[in-house]
Design a binder for this molecule. Structure first.
Ligand code: MUC
Ligand code: MG
Length: 376
């Protein structure tokens, strides 16, 4: 029977360090390679499934590092799940919650692998197990984060030329606001009129900075401002959102369904960024999306520079949402020098396409995984 066939026989976690095409700078970190935890699960029926937990430069974007994910998977999460059926995703989430507080990126990596293995066992794409796809492609956003205005303009133009991305997110908050805003101005001037530009401050400003520089953001035609204030300043975010003619997006401030409820009821933003590494799994992501929908808060498909493994998992669940108002920024596969799969996600017509095939719809490349796996 399915319960026995999908019983978890082995859960393995490896730290991956995959080089990026250029430095990616945020308010609180700068990376030249992406750190992932790569999870492989093996079921009693011999089927394997894969998942990925992403970080940005260690425990700096959020509290999890690849080292912490590996330690907590090996010591707590894997032992809690071994012998249980992979197809019972909700039960697995409960077992993981009991074994380990928070640690959402680590949990999401396992959750993805269970979903992948279950889909492969049944010969069904993951989205069918989550309610079925109502969209098969998503408008795609590219992040500009070198900090060099000239380079950013060239990079953006290149993406438009390739037909991959024509909407952009610029990272603010790592230089002083005036310098950052000059980069934004250079970009706005160089790109076709009306190009969608989103600004992500990654908690880098105080409320005073926000009040002072908001008129500039308005003048520059920014369409969305992401997490301008620190994650724990929900009241400040609510005042910023109330003051702003530009929609404000909650990112680092909302991980759990309870935090989503708090942020949405306090109107700490009118848009919410969904990420598996924050919510801990596909069902928790759907709960957060449901809370946002009930509050009239729009949804944005967030990322943490996942390879095509993690990105595919996001697309599988995004595809089942009633609406993903802002499209998605899953650009990770294109910022890696080498993606971690043999069949990378397809970017075409400025959209990223939901892969076909059972499970997550991608196949990790064992040779590349081996090459980028940490060897100590
Ligand atoms: C974030 O805060 O959104 C996602 C894209 C990017 O450039 O940084 C990340 C994290
Ligand atoms: Mg963000």
């Amino acid at each position: 029977d399915l319960m026995q066939a999908t019983a978890l026989r082995r859960i393995n976690a490896r730290i991956i360090e995959a080089p990026t095409r250029r430095k990616h700078k945020l308010s609180n970190t700068s990376v030249a390679h992406q750190g992932y935890i790569f999870v492989e699960v093996e079921l009693e029926n011999g089927v394997t499934g894969h998942g990925e937990g992403s970080t940005l430069g260690g425990p700096r974007w959020a509290e999890e590092s690849t080292e912490a994910m590996k330690a907590n998977i090996d010591a707590y999460l894997a032992p809690a799940l071994l012998g249980h059926p992979a197809c019972n995703l909700e039960q697995a989430a409960t077992l993981m919650a009991r074994a380990c507080k928070r640690n959402y990126a680590a949990k999401s990596a396992i959750d993805m692998a269970l979903l992948d293995a279950t889909g492969k066992t049944l010969g069904l794409p993951a989205h069918v197990l989550l309610g079925g796809a109502r969209a098969t492609s998503f408008s795609a956003i590219w992040a500009l984060a070198s900090g060099d205005a000239g380079q950013e303009v060239e990079e953006a133009k290149g993406m438009i030329e390739k037909g991959w991305f024509n909407r952009f997110k610029i990272k603010l908050g790592f230089a002083d606001p005036a310098t950052d805003l000059n980069r934004l101005a250079a970009l706005q001037k160089a790109l076709p009129a009306g190009t969608d530009i989103i600004a992500d401050v990654n908690q880098g400003w105080s409320e005073g900075d926000f009040i002072r520089y908001l008129p500039r953001l308005v003048d520059l035609g920014v369409s969305l401002v992401e997490q301008p204030l620190p994650a724990d300043q929900m009241a400040g975010m609510a005042r910023a959102a109330d003051r702003s003619p530009i929609p404000i997006m909650m990112d680092e401030g909302v991980f759990t369904p309870a935090e989503a409820f708090d942020g949405c009821t306090r109107a700490a933003g009118s848009v919410l960024s969904l990420k598996l590494c924050k919510h801990g799994g596909v069902h928790a992501l759907k709960q957060v999306a449901g809370i946002a929908n009930a509050a009239g808060v729009q949804l944005y498909g967030g990322c943490l520079l996942e390879s095509s493994i993690g990105a595919a998992a996001h697309l599988q669940v995004f595809a089942t949402l009633p609406k993903l108002h802002w499209g998605t920024e899953h650009f990770g596969p294109k910022i890696l020098i080498e993606d971690l799969v043999t069949d990378g996600l397809r970017y075409e017509d400025y959209r990223v396409h939901l892969p076909e095939g059972p499970g997550l719809g991608i196949t990790p490349d064992p040779e590349r995984i081996e090459r980028y796996a940490r060897k100590d």
